[in-house]
Ligand binder design. Structure first.
Ligand SMILES: [Zn+2]
Length: 458
């Protein structure tokens, strides 16, 4: 008897393919999507020549696995905040099949090739999904960037303001110029935490449990000034064209200058995060440090403008900025916004949080897939991730877009049960996650994740 043509086939009455929903059969061979076949809705049980058939329920939609390019897994060094085992389990449970790890909060920070090698050693034995790495651009390490680039990092992150950890200091003006010139020479992305140190130093300091005080300590103008500096620098540097990316945009006030820079030919992309789209400052109680992040969550009018920009294509992508810590460091006991760690852990919840909010904005699942899978994959050059297409990795998610659940932090896979979404009712449940054609069970010891490099090398 002849071998079946395919290892596995997913039969879906709804699937997001090439920017739209349609019924289809996604056939997998050797971990890749080998064919996307039309499904006759009148005859959905027609045989497919595959060893194994996964039939989705009528309520379920087949999506490409999400690509989250902004994740802090703090191993080695601060593994008690989050490690590769728990972090990638959370990713798998949330339908995220590729994560790109940020260069800071682990110790050492990923600012040398040796530090990258340590990260990789930690991740290799533990990854439940595919993991790649960003490098860091910090004062004095310009000479390290070429080696990190050659070792396959997806680009380089820098700060223009205190990062929150001493081993990852911000760049000053000359440092930014040097880092941008070097990344431009390498053809690498420079990704920037855009808040201006001087404007933040000049703002009133945060004190105690007042969220209003915390908000005033990191004004929109600080974000806008920093983005202005980056864009001006990108215009000034030549002849190589810098490729820049603005991380976690919170202030809608910066959109006009981003629009103008793009019109002028600057290669700039911009991301925002679920918490800036689904939470508003007006709803944050004093002392509720689970909502502390930087830049901060701003008011509802600002959030509406972020949604407009997203739906209008001015914001390219949504990534988690999963930045966990222990409950103690969140200072839930005192509710002190000045002392609490700034970061929101949402790797497992991004898809339902965004889907719940997008429905209210008349966004579609195809929009969500663009924002959370194909756009981030494209920007980092992962052309075989984040899409259901022939030749792509068979990274797939079975999603029920009508099912609801209430967030219980104790049931999340992340290491620490601290969540800005605790008690929230969300719509959309991840039923299954598949990585290169293999089922990922977050509660199982079996691991299918691989380490990936820029350009898709493994
Ligand atoms: Zn971050």
């Amino acid at each position: 008897m002849a071998e079946p043509a395919f290892d596995r086939a997913f039969v879906a009455s709804r699937a997001v393919v090439e920017g739209a929903e349609r019924p289809c059969v996604v056939a997998v061979r050797d971990g890749r999507i080998a064919a996307v076949l039309d499904l006759n809705p009148a005859d959905p049980v027609a045989p497919v020549d595959a060893r194994d058939i996964v039939r989705l329920a009528h309520t379920e939609v087949l999506l490409p696995g999400l690509v989250d390019t902004h994740v802090h897994i703090n191993e080695p060094g601060r593994t008690e905040w989050e490690g590769f085992d728990t972090g990638t389990r959370a990713a798998a449970a949330g339908g995220v099949t590729t994560v790109i790890d940020m260069p800071l909060n682990s110790i050492p920070a990923t600012t040398t090739a040796a530090a990258l090698a340590r990260k990789r050693d930690c991740a290799a034995a533990q990854a439940h999904v595919d993991v790649g790495f960003w490098g860091g651009a910090v004062p004095g390490n310009v000479a390290e960037l070429e080696g990190l680039h050659a070792a396959g990092v997806f680009g380089f992150k820098c700060f223009l303001v205190d990062s929150g950890v001493p081993e990852f200091p911000p760049l000053d003006g000359a440092g930014l110029t040097a880092a941008m010139a070097e990344t431009a020479r390498l053809g690498a992305l420079l990704i920037v935490h855009a808040e201006d140190a001087e404007l933040i130093a000049a703002a009133p300091a945060p004190a105690g449990p007042s969220y209003a005080m915390y908000l005033r300590s990191r004004p929109p103008a600080a974000e806008e000034r920093a983005i202005e500096r980056i864009l001006a620098e990108a215009v000034r540097i030549g002849p190589a064209r810098p490729r820049v990316h603005v991380l976690h945009l919170s202030s809608a006030g910066a959109l006009a200058q981003l629009r103008a820079a793009r019109a002028a030919g600057v290669d700039v992309s911009v991301e925002t995060c679920p918490h800036y789209l689904a939470i508003v400052a007006e709803a944050i109680d004093d002392g509720a440090t689970q909502f502390k992040c930087a830049p901060p969550i701003r008011d509802a009018a600002n959030g509406d403008r972020l949604w407009e920009a997203l739906l209008g294509g001015e914001i390219d992508m949504i990534v988690s900025d999963h930045s966990p810590c222990t409950a103690e460091l969140k200072r839930r006991d005192t509710g002190d916004f000045a002392a609490a760690w700034g970061g929101i852990a949402s790797l497992e919840l991004g898809l339902p949080v965004i889907w719940t909010a997008a429905r209210a904005q008349e966004g579609t699942l195809a929009d969500v897939v663009r924002w959370m899978a194909s756009a981030p994959a494209d920007r980092v050059g992962l052309t075989l991730k984040g899409r259901i297409a022939v030749g792509a990795d068979a990274d797939l998610v079975v999603f029920d877009p009508e099912a609801e659940f209430v967030v219980d932090p104790d049931r999340l896979q992340q290491r620490n049960p601290v969540s800005a979404y605790a008690g929230r009712r969300l719509t959309g449940v991840v039923r299954q996650t598949w990585l290169r054609g293999e089922r990922v069970d977050p509660s199982s010891a079996a691991r299918h994740g691989r380490l990936i490099e820029r350009g898709g090398r493994e």
